[in-house]
Design a protein around this ligand. Structure first.
Ligand SMILES: Nc1ncnc2c1ncn2[C@@H]1O[C@H](COP(=O)(O)OP(=O)(O)OP(=O)(O)O)[C@@H](O)[C@H]1O
Length: 281
């Protein structure tokens, strides 16, 4: 007698073996007049489907420069990439023609930032901005995109989405604006989300809600997340693995629990010692 096997629950699958994003030996320089800042030096990282990799380090350690490199969003000039490759789906994003990279941006790889106003257009209603992403990447009709955008606003926990749809960013609170930015980033169902200090500017209660939302959406859509933060408490709550950066280099990487319980590097130990909230957690 044969038994039908139940279909596997994708949310319970372990992260894929094969990395979705692989950064190998990345260098990022900023040429300033006659001097050069080596912002990122020989950084190698990977993120698998369905997992969160947090990149931590103090201000100026090269976290944002690394994250922006993935979509070649560092301002160029002054930015150049003296070494390395960034592989996504077998393509080296550092060398992909701009047109092809443009198709990946926002569709396969999306970003959210600390300040939603860096992505949201102050002169356009929020619903139209979410719908625009869909029209651009999926070719949906206006009516379909409107329906999907309303559903996206609802999914990120915006109350009365039909009302909010018609409002401008300045009419929303900081927390709601952050939710709109997340809806805009996720509406095309990217496989990788890069979140650069997504909660730093928010007060503690709202921070918590936005982090919970990101974690829930990540599980629901089985996204990979590259999370940039200086906050080790945020890492403890959200990430599977962590890479610690100091002065442009990765000094330690591993599973969050392993690294937090048995830090191998002096700099990681210093960072952990400076985060008393962790001990209380
Ligand atoms: N556009 C730029 N022009 C010149 N130098 C830059 C630029 N962007 C970053 N840098 C320099 O590169 C180094 C790394 O900066 P980066 O923003 O990546 O650090 P970070 O770890 O993200 O810090 P923070 O947490 O403050 O954002 C710093 O020395 C910074 O001054």
């Amino acid at each position: 007698m044969t038994h039908d096997r139940p279909a596997p629950d994708p949310s319970r699958r372990p992260a894929d073996e094969q990395p979705l994003l692989e950064i190998n030996h990345l260098g990022v320089d900023f040429a300033l007049g006659t001097s050069v800042v080596h912002a990122v030096r020989d950084v190698s990282l990977h993120v698998r489907a369905g997992e969160t990799l947090a990149v931590v380090g103090e201000s100026g350690s090269g976290k944002t420069a690394t994250a922006l490199s993935v979509l070649r969003l560092n301002p160029s000039p002054p930015c150049v990439y003296p070494s390395g490759e960034i592989l996504f789906d077998g393509h080296d994003l550092l060398r992909l023609p701009e047109k092809q990279l443009g198709r990946i941006r926002g569709r396969d790889i999306a970003m959210v930032f600390q300040d939603p106003m860096t992505c949201l257009d102050p002169l356009q209603r929020v619903g139209a901005q979410v719908a625009e992403v869909l029209r651009h990447h999926t070719g949906m009709s206006r009516a379909e995109a409107r329906e999907a955008a309303l559903a996206a606003l609802d999914e990120v926990g915006i109350p009365d989405p039909a009302l909010r749809f018609r409002q401008y960013p300045h009419e929303l609170s900081g927390g709601l604006r952050q939710r709109v930015m997340i809806a805009t980033a996720l509406v095309a169902r990217p496989r990788l989300l890069i979140a650069d200090e997504p909660t730093t500017a928010l007060d503690v209660t709202v921070q918590r809600q936005i982090l919970d939302l990101l974690v829930a959406l990540q599980h629901k859509h089985r996204m990979a997340v590259l999370l940039i933060t200086h906050d080790l408490a945020v890492v403890a709550e959200t990430a599977d693995r962590v890479a610690v950066m100091n002065r442009g280099e990765v000094v330690e990487t591993g599973d969050v629990l392993d690294v937090f319980e048995h830090p191998a590097d002096d700099y990681t130990r210093t960072l952990l010692a400076a985060t008393p909230r962790l001990e209380a957690a």
